[in-house]
Design a protein around this ligand. Structure first.
Ligand code: TXA
Ligand code: MG
Length: 311
């Protein structure tokens, strides 16, 4: 078991914007400061994900997330019964939330969870901030249930691994979307469906209401700018907003630069906030400069293509 010193060191990494892996009762998580755009972007980079899937934000208690999400009576009841534990709740994002927009990946919701594992709780306590944490595996690999699995997949990409032995449940948390009525089970996981239904009645299945239940990153409810967006702009009009990458094209009405230095991790960190800031009445449309498809550039381009798709 890690010592208190190792936990403090991991917390210092998190506060410094670096990533650490930690055990939960379900699987190991790849954690970063959920309020830090760069740290959250680094999580996607480390996982090697070709698109931005929203991430689960972990905290010591529901109270610690009170200003981040809108908590309905039903959500409060679920949390009171099953937290800490292997249940994730999807709730509406609070307008004043400090959590990185990248955690929501463009949705107006946030997934939150209070883990039961003592090491996860100790780390969260020491960090003093919520942790965005997907499972600590490379994209497409299975979720890690032992520190060795994390080391093999991500060892050279993260600052520290807290080794808590094998995860007792070994299956990811159950994900319940409580933004809809009745709530729907987005992912079957470590908390049995029956236990949830015994408390709040039948859950809807993700398949009844969504086309591709396991990847909300694909859902049409994703935030899309109100203004039309054109991609791979080589020039810009005087009545357009420019989403720049590197040296901006001249002549736009307004410019948001994703990264002046052409850094795709920085660009990912800025993407959702920049799109929202640019999407203002008064502009005729938005033009995005090309972003190279390397590293996180692939996920950025995927997101921009969705934002530009006809609707
Ligand atoms: O057990 C777990 O949940 C682990 C540990 C580390 O807590 N975490 C985990 O995270 O499995 P990840 O990123 O591998 O899976 C998160 C799941 C995905 O299916 C994702 O699409 C869904 O939660 N999700 C996250 N935010 C969401 C949102 N705002 N709306 C709908 N689904 C969301
Ligand atoms: Mg996963």
């Amino acid at each position: 078991m890690p010592t208190q010193d190792e936990i403090s060191q991991a917390a210092a990494h998190v506060r410094g914007g670096r990533l650490v892996a930690f055990p939960t009762e379900t699987v190991y998580g790849l954690g970063g400061d959920a309020t830090n755009d760069r740290a959250v972007a680094a999580i996607f980079a480390a996982k090697g994900r070709p698109s931005f899937n929203p991430l689960i934000v972990h905290a010591t208690s529901l109270a610690a997330l009170a200003s981040e999400v809108e908590v309905s009576a039903l959500a409060r009841e679920l949390a009171a019964h099953f937290w800490p534990g292997p249940l994730t709740l999807v709730l509406p994002r609070a307008s004043g939330s400090r959590l990185s927009l990248l955690c929501s990946a463009g949705l107006d919701s946030l997934a939150i969870r209070v883990p039961a594992h003592p090491l996860a709780q100790a780390l969260l306590e020491a960090c003093g901030c919520p942790l965005a944490a997907p499972s600590a595996n490379r994209s497409g690999h299975v979720s890690p249930t032992q520190a060795d699995h994390v080391r093999a997949d991500l060892g050279d990409r993260i600052a520290q691994i807290l080794d808590g032995g094998a995860c007792p449940i070994g299956l990811e948390s159950s994900v319940v979307d409580v933004t809809v009525s009745p709530p729907r089970l987005l992912r079957a996981g470590g908390l049995e469906r029956g236990a949830i239904e015994a408390l709040i009645g039948p859950l809807a299945d993700a398949t009844e209401t969504t086309e591709r239940p396991l990847s909300p990153g694909q859902l049409t409810s994703h935030y899309a700018p109100r203004l039309p967006l054109r991609l791979n702009a080589q020039s810009v009009e005087a009545d357009e907003g420019l989403l720049a990458f590197g040296t901006p094209l001249a002549g736009a009405a307004q410019v948001e630069n994703l990264s002046e230095t052409g850094d795709v991790v920085e660009a990912a960190a800025n993407l959702f906030a920049a799109l929202r800031r640019l999407d203002q009445p008064g502009l005729a449309g938005l033009a995005a400069m090309p972003v190279p498809a390397q590293g996180l550039g692939e996920a950025i381009n995927d997101r921009l293509r969705r934002a530009a798709a006809p609707r």
